[in-house]
Design a protein around this ligand. Structure first.
Ligand code: SF4
Ligand code: SF4
Length: 287
């Protein structure tokens, strides 16, 4: 009797925070259906072996990252870029700021440290990617959808469609209340309550994890398909139109908040899909 081998997969961790790996571990359904061949957080292994699927988390920040990435993709049939860092550079992208870079480079006499590349890069600058799985981190359900490709999985076009909060056209706040604004009324759109929620332009699939309990969406899943091949000014105009129709918040106040460093951590991704120094990402490849 022949035994059917389960698909083998590996998780290559580049520069990131390991939040994606924790989310994957929370999605326990894969355990009986896949053979996890490599994941430094869980299994001890020196090199990525031959696998069917390679999940890549983290950005390409050092020459060690780049070497590991190039070696690993040679041994995998399917490449999946996972999370904000792999897709857009993420937290490690902060190292692109000059003062942080200088700080690291000035300590170049330190031994046994990987050499910093001039910039943090997404993985698709260096290798072809079959599938993008955005999120910071992607939810366990999204990990399962990337691994199993279930025919019944469907991500909504944007977070609003999964949120369930009602948009009211006759309740118009005059100012933003800040991220920690206090009491949040259930069932009513957070914009109506003065919160800076960007769920209308963010791709769905997370089941509105943040907004349903009352935290504004900060856009960690990246742009919705309607915005994915557009530049950042198109996105900015789109979200400004949403707030103009639903609030009386002065445009300058809204613009300043949207461009604040706090929001930039995720919103910078919205300009990242259109290309630049690499081909544009096709929405057909984004889960
Ligand atoms: S709270 Fe945010 S995600 Fe929910 S409906 Fe309002 S804008 Fe959309
Ligand atoms: S609601 Fe927004 S910030 Fe929260 S998980 Fe979903 S996409 Fe990310």
């Amino acid at each position: 009797m022949t035994t059917i081998q389960p698909p083998r997969f590996a998780v290559l961790q580049l520069s990131g925070c390991a939040g994606c790996e924790v989310s994957l571990l929370n999605a326990g359904e894969w355990i009986d259906r896949f053979d996890l061949a490599f994941m430094p957080l869980v299994t001890s292994a020196y090199d990525v072996p031959e696998v069917d699927i390679l999940l890549i988390s983290g950005g390409v920040r050092s020459d060690e990252d780049l070497h590991n990435l190039r070696q690993a993709v040679k041994r995998a049939k399917k490449i999946v870029a996972v999370g904000t860092c792999a897709i857009s550079g993420g937290v490690t992208n902060l190292g692109n700021r000059d003062e942080v870079r200088q700080l690291f480079l000035s300590q170049s006499e330190r031994h046994n440290l990987p050499r910093m590349l001039p910039k943090s890069q997404p993985v698709d600058v260096f290798v072809d990617v079959d599938l993008y799985l955005p999120g910071c981190p992607p939810t366990p359900e999204l990990f399962m959808a990337a691994l199993l490709e279930p025919p019944d999985f469907k991500a909504s076009a944007n977070v609003c469609q999964e949120c369930g909060r009602q948009k009211l056209m006759d309740v118009k706040p005059t100012h933003l209340v800040g991220m920690a604004g206090g009491q949040v009324a259930p069932d009513i759109c957070l914009i109506n309550q003065g919160y800076l929620c960007v769920g209308s332009s963010t791709r769905g699939g997370c089941r509105a994890l943040c907004t349903r309990p009352g935290h504004p969406c900060v856009g960690c899943r990246g742009p919705s398909n309607a915005l994915i091949e557009k530049d950042s000014s198109t996105w900015l105009e789109s979200i400004q139109r949403v707030f103009k129709s639903m609030t009386n918040i002065p445009p300058e106040e809204l613009r300043e908040a949207l461009l604040s460093p706090q929001m930039a951590l995720f919103l910078f991704q919205f300009s990242d899909y259109a290309g630049g120094d690499r081909p544009a990402r096709s929405k057909d490849k984004v889960l």
